[in-house]
Ligand binder design. Structure first.
Ligand SMILES: *Cc1c(COP(=O)(O)O)cnc(C)c1O
Length: 369
């Protein structure tokens, strides 16, 4: 049985009528940028997250960059980021001229460990930027509890956590603002690059809205040094077609995750994902850890099972950051996880039998090894 890590075609099969209608609606309107579809999607997405404002932008990286720009973060400033995560979060900081300051993860959740935050804070710390990694929110109560009394801005990277909850609040509504990505493979994905900023802060929302469009409020009157970072009418219309499915698709992921957890307990040296009692994850990825990661990945590939590694090189060791002075050994947990993590197939259109086949192949690897 072949089990691809990702297959986007079944989502089209399920939503064909709505997606085709969205395409025709936009083409008939003759309006392709900054129009009715975007405004409607922004209102619908803000309502789903529980924030007052949503501003559609071109992608997740620029969503975070635009928030930092709007806050005036720049050269000489520091922003705390997770040492274990995706490099886009760091790039959003670096592109403002500020310095990413890595914070090691909690080894049971892989998210930024609030217990390690305080020693990293300096008078230059302008923001804390936790990722809700793999579909599970960071410990936002603890992070806000450290940031708020000090007046430090909290920006969530909600790119992997559409619909995830922390207590009663949804990812994207848990800090001062959030950047979200609708890259096609995310839990809510457009059919090309797309992203958004969510926030309850009217002034910040207003500034991001202008910064995404060359920094102009009125055409050809430019108040800020903005970007061109717009979410197109077509992608907004596709996202409107998909948003009503998000909860049901997340629920299917939850079922499949439970199926893995039930079958993989005690298998080999596998470390399975765990959610604290306050977290309701949406399983963007199902990530296990093992000392035999590369051999296991090969074994699964030979059985027709696709897997991924999120991520093989921690950002501080990426050649892009060679000039920043970090070395191997600086962030041992991030380095260890980069060597050990393996993402198993999980998506709203995987069948339970496919998950069983992955578990079977995993057990056979550890029994014969
Ligand atoms: C996908 C992703 C991003 C980047 O989003 P893009 O839309 O591809 O720019 C940032 N952070 C995390 C955690 C992501 O998974």
């Amino acid at each position: 049985m072949k089990v691809p890590i990702l297959d986007l075609k079944p989502a089209y099969d399920e939503l064909r009528a709505d997606l085709d209608a969205a395409y025709h609606r936009v083409m008939e309107s003759g309006w392709l940028l900054l129009g009715h579809e975007l405004e409607a999607f922004e209102a619908e997405y803000a309502a789903s997250v529980g924030t007052k404002y949503c501003i559609g932008v071109a992608n997740g990286l620029e969503a975070m960059q635009l928030v930092l720009m709007a806050r005036g973060v720049g050269p000489g400033d520091e922003v705390i980021v997770p040492s274990h995560g995706y490099i886009a979060t760091w790039l959003a900081v670096s592109h403002t001229g500020a310095r990413p300051v890595p914070c090691e993860p909690d080894p049971t959740t892989y998210n930024l460990d609030p217990a390690r935050l305080e020693p990293l804070l300096t008078p230059r710390t302008k923001a804390i930027l936790p990722i809700h990694l793999y579909g599970q929110t960071a410990d936002m109560n603890a992070i806000n509890g450290i940031a708020r009394p000090r007046g430090i801005f909290v920006l969530e990277d909600a790119a992997q956590s559409h619909g995830a909850l922390c207590g009663g609040g949804a990812a994207g509504s848990l800090g001062d603002a959030a950047g979200v990505s609708f890259y096609p493979s995310k839990n809510l994905g457009a059919l090309a690059d797309a992203g958004a900023v969510t926030t309850g802060d009217a002034a910040l929302a207003d500034k991001v809205r202008h910064l995404r469009n060359y920094g102009s409020k009125v055409r050809y009157h430019n108040e800020y040094l903005g970007l061109n970072s717009r979410l197109s009418e077509l992608q907004a219309a596709f996202l409107r077609a998909k948003l009503p499915k998000l909860a049901a698709w997340n629920a299917r992921r939850v079922c499949l995750a439970q199926r893995y957890l039930d079958q993989l307990a005690g298998v080999g040296d596998l470390v399975l994902p765990r959610a604290p009692s306050w977290a309701t994850p949406v399983w963007h990825l199902f990530v296990v850890r093992t000392k035999q990661r590369d051999a296991l990945q090969k074994h699964l590939a030979a059985a027709g099972i696709g897997t991924g590694v999120h991520y093989p090189i921690p950002p501080h060791l990426a050649p892009a950051y060679a000039g920043a002075g970090w070395r191997r050994g600086d962030f041992p947990l991030a380095e260890q996880f980069a060597d050990e993590v393996l993402s198993l197939p999980i998506g709203p259109h995987h069948q339970p039998e496919q998950i069983d086949a992955v578990c079977h192949s995993l057990r056979s690897f550890f029994q014969s090894g």
